[in-house]
Design a protein around this ligand. Sequence first.
Ligand SMILES: C[C@](O)(CO)[C@H](O)COP(=O)(O)OP(=O)(O)OC[C@H]1O[C@@H](n2ccc(N)nc2=O)[C@H](O)[C@@H]1O
Ligand SMILES: Nc1ncnc2c1ncn2[C@@H]1O[C@H](COP(=O)(O)OP(=O)(O)OP(=O)(O)O)[C@@H](O)[C@H]1O
Length: 297
Amino acid sequence: MTVRVPAKVNVQLAVGGARPDGFHDLANVFLAVGLYDEVTVRPAASLTITCTGPDAEQVPLDRTNLAARAAELLAARHGIAPDVHIHIAKDIPVAGGMAGGSADGAGALLACDTLWGLGSSREELLSICAELGSDVPFSLVGGAALGTGRGERLTELEVGGSFHWVFAVADGGLSTPAVYGEFDRLNEGVSVPDPVASPALLDALCTGDVLALADAVSNDLQPAALSLRPSLADTLAVGAGAGALASLVSGSGPTTAFLVKDEDAAEGVATALRASGTCRAARVAGAPATGARVVAV
Ligand SMILES: C[C@](O)(CO)[C@H](O)COP(=O)(O)OP(=O)(O)OC[C@H]1O[C@@H](n2ccc(N)nc2=O)[C@H](O)[C@@H]1O
Ligand SMILES: Nc1ncnc2c1ncn2[C@@H]1O[C@H](COP(=O)(O)OP(=O)(O)OP(=O)(O)O)[C@@H](O)[C@H]1O
């Protein structure tokens, strides 16, 4: 049973002050992009995981892997043993701010639910996703959605066209809690406003207007990611100089995202990024992408 799950970019990430539970309230506009992990599950004597792909050695193969946790949570809810082998074919950068681990969690959940014939409702699956992590519900749903609360409460959004993106993959990852911690440090003594979704941005998604979307994108975690990884400013400058309509850090980074007009512009920006030596790789991807779905039985 194989499930394909997309990466995400946050076209708006408005971050409120730290909550008593350590999380931050968000207005998080997710857009699924066409870079995918594939999660395959098959019956086995016990729960085991393997992973292949360019970043595979950075992926934990124990029970802390979000795919393993998804299988365990689903099995526990149904009083069965999580005896599956999970294989992750990983193409989403690890610790890159593109929700790669979340994609694997959502993928394993859907794959196990299908393999075990449980037929869980969308609501049941989404509630397990929210338990796994703030980004996991969106990995299941895909397309575009506004996430509120800590990002797990989703309202699906209409997208009136397709968008072209280039992603610059950085050397090494950034820890999501460390980036939120740096956000708190940079905002110490400042009254952080409640996060609100931008009407102009939602409108640009709805109409498929790339220029309006480029004007409206924003990421409140970008200053924190740049503070922890100042070299990302060079990558952003290369993409902007090569004609990207918008250049921003993807979520908590360190992947940087470049919105471009069309496929030709994407190739131009990707070539400039590769030649610049400011990133490890440049990947072209379209959006919106569909959420987790079974691709092979
Ligand atoms: C940066 C984003 O990727 C944007 O979509 C997400 O907000 C992060 O989502 P995630 O990786 O699924 O994060 P979780 O696994 O839920 O939380 C990891 C850690 O990130 C911080 N965190 C996460 C989400 C949130 N709304 N506020 C936070 O402060 C907390 O320190 C938390 O302990
Ligand atoms: N299946 C998985 N794939 C990758 N990392 C995982 C997985 N399960 C757990 N992890 C752990 O989670 C950490 C963050 O990895 P991940 O690729 O999800 O980061 P991210 O894309 O920055 O996340 P997000 O954008 O949701 O904040 C890794 O360093 C790793 O220790």
